[in-house]
Design a protein. Structure first.
Lengths: 307, 555
């Protein structure tokens, strides 16, 4: 029962508020970079509420169960990951329900739900978008797994998140080493792709396939997908902070430092997204399997050498 | 009489491990039997088919409970023969060649096993399985181990003895594939491999590394092939190969959690792979094809098949909280734990296992799109009114198996591990990681409930059906705009480096069986020149031979 209350307060409420604020900041910064005034900070909240009041359209001939179930499952998985991360972060000693591998696997579910939603739309553009999403997963999964192994190697082959946080509390953040720093950079690029942000927004590509898997979505299901994506904007950097940067401290001055870590990551993500054009899917695959994987391998080798 | 029974019983041994395997052999037999009632109805030779199926169960029990290597090998040999006979019930022109291929690969590996058995007798003087304890540090024992392991790997379908599985999957009747290569042969092969590595032989670290390498290569290579298949059954066949890699990898770690994970994965694989084959059979029965290009949009007409297939597909892709994730998670931990022994190769094995599951997901996403979701092909579109869900006798086994995927995932520790796997191993494994599936699922359900509340806050109760939006065109007028899903991964297939490998694989350059056949027939073609059927030529050869013989004898 206490776990469920924790889920509602931290996993859902806090994470979604933080995610929506982060999305607001991201949009504001993007606007400033493009010499626009930009929307107010609370615009993402308004968007979600507005979408909830809109009509729900379902493409004819589509499986209603798959079409409406997909956003539910994707949203739920993000809430679950957020709960696990918060629990491990706040009380590293008592781990609840999941370790590093579990989180890695749970983080694929949002992408799966997007694909299932796209497939269920009976729309060729959605199918094309969903297939690109899958190819993107194939491409970034290799460097992402390698990068996340660096903290595991550093900590002496521990895979519980609580143990990783404790290890970093005693020995300094993983990102403070050369290998950890390179791995963090690699992981950050993969997170960019996981978030579906430019230059890796290939699966949505509004100007080309009109939103890809989201093309047929409207109303409440679209609101849920939007909320899921905004929550991921907090959850994924949060995961990197736990694994590479010693966790998100909430007591005293630690809180300020933690917020700085997060904002730092968010700024890097926003800057990348504002200074790059969208790549093609084959370019993305080649990019992740080529140089990014090479850097990830270098990081792993350096970690073995103790650097 | 009593004495005779006693002596007979001394050839067999019942323990927790063999009971576990034997029990599940029976379970899968019953499901297959029920499924066949409907699937095989009206086919010729159904009585023979049923008899062979039952004999398969009995022989597998003989092999599972055998405590004497010769008894074991006899029953094991029967299984190869029965597989050959059962494949012959297939209904296309490739069946004889396929049955022959399976027979030659399995039979050939059985011959190797006889050699291994002789070596074991030479080394230990006993053929009772529980009396043999050999190291693998001397050459003869190593050879014996390799011979026997080849038999186990060929039965399970690990590389390089895998090539009979995709062919069998494509050509044999679906219940046969679901029972033999997908479940029973995995149970038997991995059971025997586990017996070999855990009790009979003591593996050196080098040999464990070799096993892990075989496992990793199998995972990645087979799943890459599965990615580009156009036939549902053949695609599933390649996955049946790829998943063996995980089991071999887990057992190869030599770490308790890895071994338990390998055995658990064996059980899980048998469950979800039979479920997938059963679903493929239902699709084949209702539509008459398993060609991915020709299917599509079946989710609406066959919802039970769709849900069962989806659950099993997500389970094989390792999506939490289903059973496939639980066992993969244990194998990963086993691989990471080997790091404490020193050596850095574990990173490669772990990476292979991880990308293996990403590629598995990819190929199943393609199948889910091409068969169940996505737009229907034109042939299918015409059949919309006639199509219906498959018969209860066929969907009940699928639903049972899909339910087991969920159950064994949610209560991984309480049911399969505590009841079957750990008693089989004789000890419990410690987990370096933590995955509490029941709590996580409870949380997931809670989160879905929150999502549902958000739905209710909106106008979800009022929905309207519309035509799909494709930039203003009407989709019905443009059948050529349909995306079937079979070409999803052309980007990857056409990548530099991969393209060449795929081309070679399409030409079967990596199939030892096909390569062997080609080389042997090249040799016999040379011989054939000598046999031209003209008597004077033969006489000339005889004279030539006699002359050489004389020369040798005189000089």
């Amino acid at each position: 029962m206490s776990a469920l209350i924790f889920l509602i307060i931290f996993g859902f409420a806090l994470t979604s508020i933080l995610g929506l604020v982060a999305s607001g900041i991201d949009r504001k910064v993007t606007a400033r970079v493009q010499y626009r005034v930009g929307p107010p900070l609370w615009q993402p909240f308004i968007d979600i509420i507005k979408l909830l009041g809109k009509e729900n359209l379902i493409p004819s001939g589509a499986s209603k169960l798959a079409f409406l179930g997909a956003p539910l499952v994707g949203f739920a998985s993000v809430v679950l990951v957020a709960t696990l991360l918060w629990k491990n972060n706040l009380t590293p000693a008592q781990t609840l329900g999941g370790d590093l591998i579990v989180v890695l696997y749970l983080l694929v579910i949002p992408a799966i739900s997007l694909m299932m939603g796209g497939f269920a739309s009976k729309n060729p553009l959605a199918s094309v978008g969903a297939s690109r999403e899958m190819k993107l997963i194939l491409s970034y999964e290799i460097p992402f797994s390698l990068a996340v192994l660096v903290p595991v190697i550093k900590a002496g082959f521990l895979i519980r998140l609580g143990e990783l946080i404790n290890f970093q509390a005693q020995n300094g953040a993983v990102a403070g080493n050369l290998s950890g720093f390179i791995a963090l950079g690699v992981a950050l690029l993969c997170v960019q792709a996981k978030l579906g942000l430019v230059p890796f927004d290939i699966s949505e590509a509004e100007t080309e396939i009109v939103g890809g898997p989201l093309i047929e979505y409207s109303g409440a299901p679209l609101a849920l997908f939007r909320l899921m994506k905004n929550m991921l904007l907090f959850v994924l950097p949060f995961f990197l902070i736990i694994v590479f940067m010693g966790g998100f401290k909430v007591a005293g001055w630690g809180l300020l430092w933690s917020v700085l870590k997060y904002v730092g990551l968010l700024v890097v993500i926003t800057v990348i997204r504002n200074t790059n054009p969208r790549v093609r899917i084959d370019q993305a695959v080649r990019f992740f399997w080529g140089p990014v994987t090479a850097f990830a391998l270098i990081a792993v080798v350096l970690a073995f050498l103790g650097k | 009489m009593n004495q005779l029974t006693n002596q007979l019983m001394s050839y067999f041994k019942v323990d927790a491990f063999s009971l576990f395997i034997g029990g599940f052999a029976l379970f899968f037999y019953l499901l297959t039997r029920v499924y066949s009632l409907s699937f095989m109805r009206g086919r010729p030779g159904i009585t023979r088919y049923n008899a062979y199926l039952f004999l398969t169960l009995i022989s597998s029990w003989g092999a599972i409970f055998a405590n004497h290597l010769i008894v074991f090998l006899v029953f094991w040999g029967f299984l190869g023969l029965l597989l050959y006979l059962l494949i012959s019930f297939g209904q296309n022109e490739r069946v004889p060649a396929t049955a022959q291929k399976a027979m030659i690969i399995i039979g050939g590996s059985d011959a190797l096993m006889i050699l291994g058995l002789a070596l074991i007798y030479h080394l230990s003087g006993s053929l009772n399985i529980n009396e043999i304890h050999l190291g693998t540090d001397n050459k003869l024992a190593l050879l014996a181990f390799i011979c026997l392991a080849c038999g186990a790997l060929a039965k399970a379908g690990s590389m390089p003895f895998h090539s009979w599985i995709p062919d069998t999957a494509q050509d044999a009747p679906i219940p046969v594939t679901a029972y033999l290569p997908a479940s029973l042969d995995k149970l038997l092969g991995i059971y025997f491999l586990a017996r070999l590595t855990l009790t009979v032989f003591k593996l050196t670290p080098g040999l464990q590394t070799v096993l892990m390498m075989v496992g990793s290569i199998t995972i990645v290579a087979a799943v890459m092939m599965a990615l580009i298949q156009h036939d549902l059954k053949r695609l599933l066949g390649y996955h049946a190969v790829s998943q063996v890699g995980y089991m071999v990898l887990g057992i190869g770690t030599g770490i308790p959690v890895g071994i338990a994970g390998g055995l658990f994965h064996m059980l899980n694989h048998a469950i979800y792979k039979s479920c997938l084959f059963f679903c493929a059979g239902a699709v084949e029965k209702e539509t008459g094809t398993t060609n991915l290009d020709k299917l599509g949009g079946l989710a609406k007409t066959m919802p039970i098949t769709f849900i069962s297939f989806l659950v099993a597909a997500l389970a094989i892709s390792g999506v939490p909280p289903l059973n496939g994730f639980a066992s993969k998670w244990m194998i990963f931990q086993g691989v990471i734990e080997t790091a404490h022994r020193g050596g850095h190769l574990w990173v490669l094995w772990l990476l292979a296992a991880m990308i293996g599951s990403a590629f598995t997901l990819a190929s199943f996403m393609k199948v889910v799109h091409a068969v169940f979701l996505g737009q229907a092909s034109q042939e299918e579109e015409r059949r919309v009114g006639i199509k219906r869900e498959t018969k209860p006798l066929m969907w009940i086994p699928m639903v049972v198996l899909a339910f087991l995927c969920l159950l064994f995932g949610l209560f991984a520790k309480a049911i399969p591990l505590d009841k079957f796997i750990f008693p089989s191993m004789g000890y419990e494994a410690a987990f370096p990681g933590v995955w509490n599936s029941s709590i996580a699922t409870l949380l997931l359900v809670g989160a879905v409930f929150i999502g549902f509340l958000i739905f209710l806050m909106g106008t979800i109760m009022k929905t309207r059906r519309t035509e799909a939006f494709v930039g203003g065109e009407r989709l019905q007028d443009h059948p050529e705009m349909r995306v079937s899903g079979t070409d999803f991964y052309h980007t990857i297939q056409d990548m530099r480096g991969l393209k060449g490998i795929y081309n070679l694989a399409e030409k079967k350059q990596f199939d030892p069986y096909e390569v062997g056949i080609r080389e042997v027939s090249r040799l016999t073609n040379v011989m054939k020149i000598l046999h031209n059927g003209i008597l004077p030529t033969y006489l000339a050869w005889v004279l030539l031979g006699a002359a050489i013989l004389m020369l040798v004898l005189m000089v």
